[in-house]
Design a protein around this ligand. Sequence first.
Ligand SMILES: [Zn+2]
Length: 184
Amino acid sequence: MLSMNDTIDIAALEAAQLVIIHYPDERLARLSRELRPEEITPAMGPLLQRMFELMEQGPGVGLAAPQVGINLRFFVANATGEPEDKRVYINPVIIAGEGWAENEEGCLSLPGISCRLKRRATVTVRALDANGNVFEETGTDLLARIFQHEIDHLDGTTIADRMSTVAKLANRRALKRLEEEAGK
Ligand SMILES: [Zn+2]
């Protein structure tokens, strides 16, 4: 199932053409593969810039590569909206989680849909930055939620998979509209 992903040539991508894909696009349901060290180069620059642009236009606080149709394990995030808080997380892994918190959550790939989800309240991730350097970061509240939401995307999981039956019912019209739009 990963054979197509193996041929992704980041440098050859037309970054400016990328758009956010919507549920139920099957690329959102795939397990994405890790980037190889030789793929983490300055050639990722235009792609990352485009992802930040799409995230800000959303507006959103995080955007994972599968959301622009690229099944590779990385995401961009900015929990505060301040330029200095823009971050890139490549091959991220959750190495610790503490406590629980329930809050409202949405997704740029599921416009018009939101649900309350219980997530870890504090989460530590280990990832590579855009220069390929390993770092660890601990996030609480919104940042912890972003980490878990975006890593879900890398595993092919969206809020549609996580929401309760009650939330599915509450969002049924919006979900149906997205399914119909995809069918056109
Ligand atoms: Zn999302």
